[in-house]
Design a protein. Structure first.
Length: 220
């Protein structure tokens, strides 16, 4: 059973909630629904604008294997990073730290292990060092990260930076799937620059935004 929050934190949360009457809360819910919808649609439109799925020389079996495995990992990250769990104060620190560390390791490891089963799929591609994937991920991450931080604005009195990092990691994991679908390269240096680095950047930016905007601040 989760421990009840300390009385001071509980009072701050209840006080913040009491400042908004029912009509305002209904408007916020509608706003958040549109923000969440746009956070899903905008990256998909950018993904399609950049060419969408590109299997290239990859066997269809490899595309399905890497994308389905990455999607499962991203789903797990989303469940932890984008929901509060059973506590009104959000997930425990150990869960948030675990997510921030788990996402890049699991996605990178799965990509390498799956690709290594196919001949020549991890070979170096001249001229494809990973910059296109890096910029594609960063471009797709801009709006979802902004939108989700808005929906969680001033909601965490305990660990806002970790909450923001978890949100960033969950978004980054989802975008990994799209970048992987658009990129046939599995050369390890390419993956580190074009796939793992932007995921780490999204997590770091999420932490910074969380500390700035998700923290529940005392009001006079």
């Amino acid at each position: 059973m989760p421990q009840p929050p300390p009385s001071e934190l509980r009072a701050r949360v209840l006080l913040a909630a009491s400042r908004e009457d029912a009509p305002v809360r209904a408007q916020v819910r509608r706003r958040d629904s549109w923000l969440l919808l746009s956070a899903a649609v905008v990256p998909l439109l950018i993904f399609l604008a950049f060419g969408g799925l590109r299997d290239g020389p990859r066997p269809t079996t490899l595309v399905l294997r890497t994308s389905l495995g990455a999607s499962f990992i991203a789903l797990a990250c989303g469940v932890v990073g984008l929901s509060r769990g059973r506590s009104t104060l959000g997930r425990a620190r150990v869960w948030l730290w675990g997510l921030a560390l788990f996402a890049p390791v699991a996605l990178f490891g799965w990509k390498v292990v799956a690709s290594a089963q196919f001949e020549q799929m991890m070979a170096r591609w001249p001229g494809r060092i990973g910059l296109r994937c890096l910029w594609l991920h960063c471009l797709m991450a801009l709006w979802p990260l902004t939108a989700l931080v808005i929906t969680r604005r001033e909601s965490d009195p305990v660990h806002p930076a970790l909450t923001g990092a978890a949100i960033g990691a969950a978004i980054g994991a989802s975008l990994w799937v799209l970048v992987d679908l658009s990129c046939p390269v599995a050369y390890v240096p390419h993956l580190l620059l074009g796939h793992a680095l932007p995921l780490l950047l999204t997590t770091s930016v999420g932490a910074a935004l969380g500390q700035r905007f998700i923290a529940l601040r005392a009001r006079q």
